[in-house]
Write a protein that binds this ligand. Structure first.
Ligand SMILES: *[C@@H]1O[C@H](CO)[C@@H](O)[C@H](O)[C@H]1NC(C)=O
Ligand SMILES: *[C@@H]1O[C@H](CO)[C@@H](O)[C@H](O)[C@H]1NC(C)=O
Ligand SMILES: *[C@@H]1O[C@H](CO)[C@@H](O)[C@H](O)[C@H]1NC(C)=O
Length: 581
C-alpha cells in the first residue's frame, strides 16, 4: 500500500482545502486542451435532436485518478482466494479508501482547474474520487471544449444531453479518468426479458425435461417453486439464525416495485412456514416502493419472492434506485457508493442484480469504473451477483447482431455472473442464458485454465465473433424456467436468468449465515473460491443445451466450465463442505 494521502476521508472535501487551491488558480498554465474521450459516430440506436439551450444546466461527474487501483485489485483477489493467507480478511471501508482515494496531487490539480472556472465541486463518492459540478451548458462546453447537444434514444424516446468528444487541459490528463455524462450513449435500462405465462396447474409443466433414469421431485411436477429448488439444489428450509448482520440486498431499478401483498400470497402458496416474512426497503436517487398492486413490478416481485422465499430467515433489503441517478449508468455506481457509506453491520453481505447492459453500449472508461466499483464491494466482503442476461450470445436481450455481444457487468471479473438452466435434472441449459467473453476485461487467473480448456474444445468455431482473450461468463447457473411467482395478485410462470441470480444469491446468503454462526467471515467476492479445486466440487456440471444468438446456435454447454452455464448448478451441502462446515 503506497498511498501517501494526508487528507482524512470525508464525504465532503474540507472547505479549507478548496479555498486554498482556489487562490492559486489564476497563475497556473495548464497547457493545451487534449481530447480525452470521443466517439467516432453516434451509435445507431440514438438520433441527434437539436442544440441545447446554453443556459440549460448540466451535472458533470469528474472521475479522478485513484491512488492504487491495481493494489486494490491484488488485495481483493488475496482476501477472496482460499489459497491465500489473507483469505477472509476483508477490508474496512477506510481500508478501501487508502487505495481508491485520489493522490493529493490529482485532487489539488483538478480543484485548481475547476476553481479557475469559478466552480466548486462536491464529492459524490465515499472516497472523494468522483467529483460533481452543476453548470450551464455554455460553461460546460468551454470547460471541456465540448459541443453538448440533445440526443434521443430512438426506441424509448429518452432524451439525453451528450457530446461526441471532450477535452481536458494537458496538465489534467493524468489526473482525470473520465468526465461523465459526455460521450456515453447508454440505452436506458429495460425490464429484463422475462417471459410470462399464466400458471396452469391442471397440466404438468412442458418445460420439465424428463429422463426415465432421473426422478423428478414431486414439488417440481408443475413448475419451479421454492420447494422444488430445495429438492433440486439441496437448499435447507431451516431459518437462518445469525440474521442481523447478514442482509441480502436486492437491487431494484426503473420503478420496478416489490409488492408486499404479492409476497404474502406467494409465501402462503409456496412457503407457508415463512408466513409473515417480509423485507425492508431502502431508496436512493429518488427511488420508491409504491404498493399499488398495478405498480407491482414483475422483476421486483420475482427478485423479492426468490430471496425472501428461498433464503429462509435471512433479512432481505430491497434497494430501490430511482430515476434521478447522475452516474450515467442508471444508478449502478450510485448503489455501490450508497452501500459503502452504510455502516458495516447494516449493509448487505450479498447483493443480487437482475438488470444489465450490453458491454458495447458502455464506453470502456465507464465499464471499468462500474467493474472497479463492484470490486470495492468484494474488497469489503460483499458478494456481487448478477443475472447473465437473456439474449444468448446476442447480449442481455435478443438483438440483431453479427459479432457476439457480451453483457455488462457480466464481463467484469469481480462479479459473479449467473446463467440459466431448466430446473430438473439433467439441468439442460435454457435457450436464452447469456454467455461469452468480454471485449474490455482479460481472462482472470481464476478461470484461465477453464477458459483455455473450453476454447480448445471448440477449435475455430465462431472465430472472429468473440474475444478469445476476454473474461468468460457466466460463472455458475441456476434455475430459470417456469418459475412460479405471484404478480399483481395472480400466479404466473416466468423465464429468464433474472430468476437464477436471486436463487443463487439466496444460497450464498444461507452459507454466510452458517459461516457467521461458526465465527467465520462471510464469503465476499466469490469467484476465486468458486473456481478453486474445492469450490468447484459444489457444482453439478451442466453438459447439454446452448445459447443461440446473432444467427448462430451460440456456445454449447459441455463437460467442465462453459460460457452457457459456467461451472454448473450449485449444491448447498457441497457449498457447506467446500467452505469447511
Ligand atoms: C390448462 O391446461 C388444460 C390441459 O391442457 C387445458 O384444458 C386448459 O384449457 C388450460 N387452462 C388455461 C387457463 O390455459
Ligand atoms: C436455527 O435455530 C433453530 C432453533 O434452534 C433450528 O431449528 C434451526 O435449524 C437453526 N437454523 C440453522 C440454519 O442452523
Ligand atoms: C479482446 O480482449 C482483450 C483483453 O481484454 C482486449 O485487450 C482487446 O482489445 C479485445 N479485442 C477486441 C477486438 O475487442
Amino acid at each position: 500500500m503506497t498511498s501517501t494521502l494526508a487528507m482524512r476521508p470525508a464525504f465532503l472535501l474540507p472547505l479549507a482545502a478548496i479555498s486554498k487551491i482556489g487562490s492559486a488558480s489564476s497563475t497556473v498554465d495548464l497547457g493545451p486542451m487534449i481530447v480525452h474521450e470521443s466517439v467516432a459516430a453516434l451509435p445507431t440506436a440514438f438520433a441527434h435532436v437539436s442544440a441545447v439551450s446554453p443556459d440549460e444546466e448540466i451535472t458533470l461527474r469528474i472521475a479522478l485518478a485513484q491512488s492504487d487501483i491495481v493494489g486494490l485489485q491484488d488485495r481483493t483477489y488475496a482476501v477472496s482466494d482460499p489459497a491465500n493467507a489473507l483469505y477472509g480478511q476483508h477490508l474496512t471501508t477506510e481500508g478501501v479508501a487508502e487505495f481508491v482515494r485520489p493522490p493529493p496531487a490529482a485532487s489539488s490539480a483538478v480543484f485548481t482547474w475547476l476553481a479557475a472556472h469559478g466552480l466548486t465541486p462536491t464529492s459524490v463518492s465515499p472516497f472523494n474520487d468522483i467529483l460533481q459540478v452543476t453548470l450551464p451548458v455554455r460553461e460546460a462546453n468551454a470547460l471541456l471544449a465540448a459541443d453538448f447537444r440533445t440526443f434521443t434514444h430512438v426506441a424509448s424516446g429518452t432524451r439525453s444531453v451528450r457530446t461526441l468528444s471532450y477535452a481536458v487541459p494537458a496538465a489534467m490528463q493524468a489526473h482525470i479518468r473520465f468526465v461523465h455524462p459526455t460521450v456515453a450513449f447508454v440505452p436506458p435500462l429495460r425490464v429484463p426479458g422475462v417471459a410470462v405465462v399464466k400458471a396452469n396447474h391442471t397440466r404438468r409443466s412442458e418445460g420439465v425435461e424428463r429422463r426415465a433414469s432421473v426422478a423428478i421431485p414431486a414439488s417440481c411436477a408443475f413448475d419451479t417453486n421454492p420447494s422444488c429448488l430445495q429438492a433440486v439444489f439441496g437448499i435447507p428450509s431451516a431459518k437462518a439464525n445469525h440474521s442481523a448482520s447478514n442482509v441480502l440486498g436486492v437491487a431494484g431499478y426503473i420503478d420496478q416495485f416489490a409488492n408486499i401483498a404479492d409476497l404474502t400470497r406467494f409465501l402462503a402458496n409456496t412457503r407457508p412456514d415463512l408466513a409473515g416474512s417480509t423485507f425492508s426497503v431502502q431508496t436512493m436517487d429518488g427511488g420508491a416502493n409504491d404498493q399499488d398492486v398495478f405498480n407491482a413490478g414483475i422483476e421486483a416481485d420475482l427478485d423479492i419472492q426468490y430471496t425472501v422465499g428461498v433464503a429462509s430467515g435471512v433479512p432481505v433489503s430491497f434497494i430501490s434506485v430511482g430515476d434521478d441517478s447522475q452516474d450515467g449508468i442508471s444508478g449502478f455506481i450510485d448503489i455501490v457508493n450508497s452501500i459503502l457509506k452504510t455502516p458495516a453491520a447494516q449493509r448487505p453481505t450479498v447483493l443480487t442484480t437482475s438488470y444489465g447492459f450490453n458491454e458495447q453500449d458502455l464506453p470502456e472508461s465507464l465499464a471499468v469504473a462500474v467493474c472497479n466499483a463492484y470490486m470495492q464491494l468484494g474488497a469489503v466482503g460483499i458478494s456481487a451477483i448478477f443475472a447473465s442476461g437473456d439474449g444468448g450470445v446476442g447480449g442481455v436481450q435478443p438483438t440483431t447482431c453479427t459479432n457476439f455481444v457480451p453483457s455488462a457487468p457480466g464481463g467484469c471479473p469481480f462479479i459473479t455472473s449467473v446463467g440459466g438452466t431448466t430446473n430438473v435434472p439433467p439441468h439442460a441449459a435454457s435457450l436464452f442464458s447469456s454467455g461469452g467473453f468480454s471485449n474490455y476485461f482479460p481472462t482472470p487467473n481464476y478461470q484461465a485454465a477453464d477458459v483455455a480448456a473450453y476454447l480448445g474444445s471448440i477449435g475455430t468455431l465462431y472465430e472472429g465473433l468473440y474475444n478469445k482473450s476476454g473474461r468468460g461468463f457466466p460463472d455458475v447457473s441456476a434455475a430459470s424456467h417456469n418459475i412460479e411467482i405471484v404478480w399483481q395478485g395472480s400466479v404466473n410462470l416466468v423465464d429468464g436468468t433474472s430468476c437464477a441470480s436471486p436463487i443463487f444469491a439466496s444460497m450464498i446468503a444461507l452459507v454466510n449465515d452458517r459461516l457467521l454462526a461458526a465465527g467465520k467471515p462471510v464469503l465476499g467476492f466469490l469467484n476465486p473460491f468458486l473456481y478453486s479445486t474445492t469450490g468447484r466440487t459444489s457444482f453439478t456440471d451442466v453438459t447439454s443445451g446452448h445459447n443461440p444468438g446473432c444467427n448462430t446456435d451460440g456456445f454449447s454447454a459441455t463437460t467442465g466450465w462453459d460460457p452457457v452455464t459456467g461451472l454448473g448448478t450449485p449444491n448447498f451441502d457441497g457449498l457447506l463442505k467446500a467452505v469447511g462446515l
